[in-house]
Design a protein around this ligand. Structure first.
Ligand code: FAD
Length: 396
């Protein structure tokens, strides 16, 4: 293999470049990215960058030592696969390859309407929105998910009048379910943020949000945080198997018509990878996967044996609280509370028998670290004791 293209210059892209070199690949290496910036971290965008406490989140990579070509501000527009290798069509011309890493991430979903809607995906988005979060500005945020809650936190801190509009009956209903989501609802009021739930948005107009049913909410700025979709449009017609995300096996190997393509891997927010641990496909739109999974994708591309079997992990900082989650509770038998939410710090665990499937912590980082370790190892816990917040989370 002597010509590798990495399409997408987010965290997964830069980590793939680093991993390829670390694993001994010495051939030509090009990173192609639609953004004009060198790869940077996104989690601070809705936190320190929006708050004006930081303006540079560039990933610390030694590009000279990596000896990789950087095509910034250039997009992949198509993919033609040969029997082995192929050509990426791009705004910088055709780029032949014998190894390809697809790391084009995800793009925010937007709403109908002619009004300006801020989204928050890039550092340019964050800088543009930051300038609008002035004291007294009426900021309406659509979506009480992770991004919506973080933007509301920062906007309220900056003195904006903030309303969050959510279609479900509670915040975080999709991610955590309504019972846990409801526990976060009081945080909004505490921060002086109005939370309107169970309301569907019809359109974003230039000075207001039009709600289904005819009501309106006036706004100076409208921020839409209703989720993302994997950025895979440029793969249309390539023959690669794509559903919601590029389908891969546990080693991030793609397939075309069900036939594996070891020369094309996909990783990060754009990939729906097979998890042996959970026996199903996962599409994890979180930083930890973009950080760690590319090493496995690089190994696969170089013909080295590897598989990714990590339990998902993510965090969110909202309304002065650190929320952390590890594992997957989708198929857990039951949820057990650990501590009282009224006390400020608490956790919940999801169990199947004596197996810990997932843990969510609010202000209890030690629980998270210990729980994450147990989930990774698959060691049993004592279901009777785990509800007691005075007892450390530990294996039985
Ligand atoms: P991306 O970061 O999306 O990078 C993909 C890159 O590819 C982009 O630069 C894009 O422009 C480029 N690209 C797209 N299409 C093309 C094309 N056709 N050709 C060339 N280039 C292309 N996760 C957490 O766990 N905790 C957090 O607190 C957290 N906070 C977040 C806050 C914000 C505001 C955002 C946006 C995300 C946050 N995340 C968080 C999620 C985390 O940042 C993502 O999971 C991670 O960035 C995914 O990395 P990626 O490289 O797969 O994709």
């Amino acid at each position: 293999m002597d010509r590798v293209i990495v399409a997408g210059g987010g965290l997964a892209g830069v980590r793939a470049v680093e991993a390829l070199r670390a694993r001994g690949y010495r051939g030509a290496l090009t990173l192609l990215s639609a953004e004009r910036h060198r790869p940077y971290d996104r989690p601070p965008l809705s936190k320190a960058v929006l708050a004006g406490e930081s303006d540079d989140t560039t990933v610390d990579a030694d590009w000279d030592a990596l000896d990789a070509g950087l095509l910034l501000g250039e997009s992949a527009t198509g993919l033609a696969l040969a029997e082995r290798g192929g050509v990426v069509a791009s705004t910088a011309g055709d780029l032949p390859f014998d190894g390809l890493v697809i790391a084009t991430g995800a793009t925010p979903v937007t709403l109908p309407g002619d009004g300006h809607q801020h989204v928050l995906r890039t550092i340019d988005d964050a800088r543009a929105l930051r300038g609008r979060l002035t004291e007294g500005a009426r900021v309406v945020i659509v979506g009480a998910g992770w991004i919506g809650a973080e933007v509301a936190t920062t906007a309220a801190k900056k003195g904006c009048r903030v309303t969050v509009v959510e279609a479900a009956d509670t915040p975080l209903a999709n991610a955590l379910g309504p019972e846990l989501g409801a526990l976060t609802a009081p945080w909004y009021a505490e921060a002086g943020v109005e939370l309107v739930t169970g309301v569907k948005v019809a359109a974003v107009e230039h000075d207001h949000l039009a709600l289904a049913g005819g009501a309106r909410i006036d706004a100076d700025e409208i921020v839409v945080g209703v989720g993302v979709r994997p950025e895979t449009g440029w793969l249309a017609g390539s023959g690669l198997d794509v559903e919601r995300g590029v389908l891969t096996d546990a080693a991030f190997r793609t397939a075309a018509g069900g036939v594996p393509r070891p020369d094309v891997v996909a990783v990060g927010d754009c990939a729906a990878w097979w998890s042996e641990r959970y026996g199903r496909r996962l599409l994890v739109e979180h930083w930890d996967t973009a950080l760690n999974a590319p090493d496995v994708a690089a190994a696969t591309l170089l013909g080295q044996d590897a598989a990714y079997d990590a339990a998902p992990y993510f965090w969110s900082e909202q309304f002065g609280r650190m929320i952390q989650y590890a594992g997957s509770h989708a198929h857990a038998q039951r949820m057990v509370r650990r501590g009282d939410p009224a006390d400020g710090t608490w956790a919940v665990v999801w169990l199947t028998g004596d197996r810990l499937d997932a843990i969510l912590t609010v202000g209890r980082p030690r629980d998270l670290v210990q729980g994450r370790r147990i989930i990774a190892a698959g060691t049993p816990v004592d279901p009777a004791r785990i509800a007691d917040p005075q007892v450390p989370v530990r294996q039985a």
